[in-house]
Design a protein around this ligand. Structure first.
Ligand code: TRP
Length: 342
């Protein structure tokens, strides 16, 4: 069996901690929102990427089978876009039970009012009309434990997660104030497109929704999705002047078509009613497909070698756990929580 080697052990670099809740395969919005940053920064930072399966239980605790399936898909998505397992450490959240210990300490520090005020939590409850579990309301506190358990410096995330990182910073500050310097105060980093519009024209491409172009979509599926993509509804004929803003096909051109002259030319002609949706979509298909070809290939490499994929995940989770164990031990000492049994 092919052994994999981790190159960057014990380097004195700053740390990145980030990851995804495995509620479905990742899409092109994740790419520009956070994945691209991870891939770019993985050599500069000691990078840890979590597969947040405990977070997924907060959405629906009955779905263990489905969560496991999604964990694997999200894992492959990360490898497919260029997370190098010899450079970054990609791990399973539940493989580090010490994170959950940290979570329970942090739970005592956050008031109920503060927890339900978090806009990331509030917006999602409203948007999806949830009857939220306690785990859902408290997911930012678990996320704080994920991040602070590594003393991460930087957290690449999508824009919707900024209030969660703000809450993490508060917890770190409050803890440091109560028990002395323990945690690094982490910063968030949002990608070059903060929020990518959905194929249905809705404000946000969604993992659980039906309005996403997935990183794992094959050529046929991609073609169909682009063909069916919402454009400018007020434009009936190709000769009508069209709106480029908030028009998904142009947002995607801007984000993924490396030929900037082609994009500008299409935009200009669209505004003047001198190009049909068909041509814009055909050119978008070519650009998107070129972008996805190497991602599909890398995904297939690991799909065809499940034993290697599994070995990497086991070894990386062990390596990540060692880091957290050390930090949680320091937390216990700062709190002097085990004074009477030592
Ligand atoms: N809540 C994040 C999401 O849904 C996933 C996540 C869990 C995360 N723990 C994290 C992201 C820690 C960054 C850091 O996308």
């Amino acid at each position: 069996m092919l052994k994999f080697h981790y190159k960057y052990m014990n380097q004195n670099k700053k740390r990145i901690l980030t990851g995804d809740t495995p509620s479905g395969r990742l899409h092109i919005g994740h790419y520009v929102g956070t994945l691209e940053n991870r891939v770019k920064l993985q050599h500069e930072y000691d990078t840890f990427i979590l597969l947040a399966n405990v977070h997924a239980f907060a959405n629906d605790y009955r779905k263990s089978e489905e969560i496991n399936k999604n964990v694997y898909e999200v894992y492959l998505d990360n490898l497919a876009v260029g997370i190098d397992p010899e450079v970054s450490t990609i791990y399973l959240e539940s493989g580090i039970p010490e994170t959950l210990e940290l979570y329970s300490y942090f739970m005592t520090m956050v008031t109920h009012a503060r927890a339900i005020r978090n806009p990331s939590v509030k917006d999602e409850i409203n948007y999806k009309k949830l009857d939220p579990s306690m785990g859902f309301i408290c997911y930012p506190i678990l996320q704080a434990a994920d991040i602070l358990g590594f003393n991460a410096d930087l957290v690449p995330v999508g824009e919707d997660q900024l209030p969660v990182i703000e809450q993490t910073r508060e917890i770190a500050r409050d803890f440091n104030k109560a028990y002395g310097e323990t945690f690094v105060i982490p910063s968030a980093k949002v990608g070059r497109v903060a929020r990518l519009i959905g194929t249905d024209g809705k404000l946000k491409m969604s993992k659980s929704g039906q309005n996403a172009i997935l990183l794992s979509d094959d050529e046929e599926t991609l073609k169909k999705k682009i063909h069916a993509c919402y454009t400018d509804p007020s434009r009936i004929h190709a000769t009508d002047p069209g709106k480029v803003e908030e028009n998904p096909i142009f947002e995607y051109h801007k984000a993924f078509n490396p030929n900037k002259d082609e994009v500008t030319d299409l935009e200009n002609r669209y505004r003047l009613g001198k190009v049909g949706d068909k041509e814009v979509k055909e050119k978008l298909f070519v650009a998107m497909n070129n972008f996805l070809v190497p991602i599909r290939e890398k995904r297939k490499f690991y799909e065809d070698r499940p034993e290697i994929a599994k070995e990497i995940l086991i070894e990386s989770t062990k390596r990540a756990r060692k880091v957290v164990i050390e930090i949680v031990e320091k937390v216990r000492e700062q709190m002097n929580i085990n004074k009477l049994i030592k």
